[in-house]
Design a protein. Structure first.
Length: 152
């Protein structure tokens, strides 16, 4: 397979992930979940269990949006191979609500995240997220080791 054939095969997966982040940045959570498989799998670095489903993703996003209402994700790099899409992101927001036991500080935060998505049947089927939580928590005046995890 030549490069142009591979690009043509990878383009729908790239477009799907770009569309999902554009919807997230518009706060269009319904559009985000429309792009996901019903049993969407969520794998977050440091979390000892996998979460599943659109409702679980929505809960996580609502938690983040409550803490950082102006949250935005900028795609810095994105590439695909087969059914996988890798993304390097810069996340930004203002800490205006409780996050991991830390009351609102009003501080602007910026941190990076490396994320991998699996696409199946034209939908997002699974995500693996490795965010730089040490940097985020440091900007909030805490270290990752001393902050408390959200209650489920």
């Amino acid at each position: 397979m030549n490069t142009s054939e591979q690009h043509r095969l990878d383009q729908p997966a790239l477009d799907l992930v770009r569309d999902a982040f554009a919807a997230l940045n518009r706060h269009d959570i319904d559009r985000c979940t429309e792009l996901m498989a019903e049993d969407f799998a969520i794998n977050i670095a440091g979390m000892p269990f996998q979460m599943r489903g659109r409702d679980a993703w929505r809960q996580n996003t609502d938690y983040l949006r409550t803490a950082f209402p102006d949250f935005q994700a900028r795609i810095d790099d994105i590439f695909a191979s087969g059914d996988r899409v890798a993304v390097r992101l810069t996340m930004r927001g203002t800490h205006q609500g409780e996050f991991r036991g830390i009351p609102a500080t009003g501080r602007q935060v910026e941190y990076s995240s490396i994320e991998l998505y699996r696409v199946a049947d034209g939908r997002l089927a699974e995500e693996w997220i490795a965010s730089d939580m040490e940097t985020l928590m440091g900007q909030l005046g805490e270290s990752e080791a001393t902050a408390t995890a959200p209650e489920a």
